[in-house]
Design a protein around this ligand. Structure first.
Ligand code: HEM
Ligand code: HEM
Length: 156
């Protein structure tokens, strides 16, 4: 398994743990945030799969992973766009509850992650409409920073 699978799994487990701590009365805004996270991580796993394809020497495995990746691609754009819609609902629910406060690090880190998610979806559509090397790099590096900001948002 590529190390990215483990990074993604760690964030998912930590978030699930945070959500579980509010059990049995899980607040809606927390549940919606968790669903949004699952959508983002599903798409981000594409990176883990691509890294595995690049690094493995086993030809059969390469072909198998490339085929799975191809089958999932039609869903990628809609899962990414839905993630943005779900996270917007999460943000609206949160702001309605807590209001905006610069000193609330959870809100600030969430807003930063949300802005990066907007950039991620935008570069995704730009890449789909007219692919270029620069857009590919942008979509990838924005994805890396999105992952880091989400990890901070959840750990805080
Ligand atoms: C990609 C974007 C985002 C993801 C994946 C995400 C995910 C999550 C998850 C899973 C939780 C529940 C677990 C925990 O408490 O750590 C959470 C909580 C929270 N999120 Fe987000 N979030 C995102 C964006 C935002 C935005 C834009 C805001 C700002 C309005 C925000 C504000 C908060 C706050 C204040 C909490 C704590 C809620 C509480 O303790 O009751 N998040 N987020
Ligand atoms: C949560 C949001 C998203 C995440 C985390 C994400 C992540 C990724 C990753 C990791 C890759 C592979 C990068 C590489 O090594 O080239 C990729 C490729 C791609 N993404 Fe996204 N993406 C998201 C949203 C979108 C959206 C909304 C679109 C809109 C159409 C999109 C379009 C594409 C396209 C066209 C590719 C190239 C596919 C390929 O070469 O097989 N992405 N994305």
């Amino acid at each position: 398994m590529n190390r990215w699978f483990y990074f993604n799994l760690t964030v998912l487990i930590v978030a699930a743990w945070q959500v579980f701590q509010t059990f049995p009365s899980i607040p809606t805004h927390v549940l919606v945030g968790f669903i949004g996270l699952c959508f983002v991580l599903f798409n981000w796993t594409r990176h883990a799969v691509f890294s595995t394809i690049r690094n493995t020497t086993d030809r059969k495995r390469k072909i198998k992973l490339a085929n799975i990746s191809k089958k999932i691609m039609p869903f990628h754009r809609w899962i990414g766009t839905s993630a943005l819609v779900i996270i917007s609902v999460h943000a609206l629910l949160v702001l309605d509850l807590f209001g905006f406060n610069w000193r609330n690090l959870k809100v600030v880190s969430g807003l930063l992650a949300g802005l990066i998610l907007i950039a991620m979806v935008t570069t995704g559509w730009m890449r789909l409409v007219r692919p270029t090397g620069r857009k590919r790099k942008a979509h990838l590096y924005i994805g890396l920073s999105l992952f880091c900001f989400i990890a901070i948002h959840i750990l805080l």
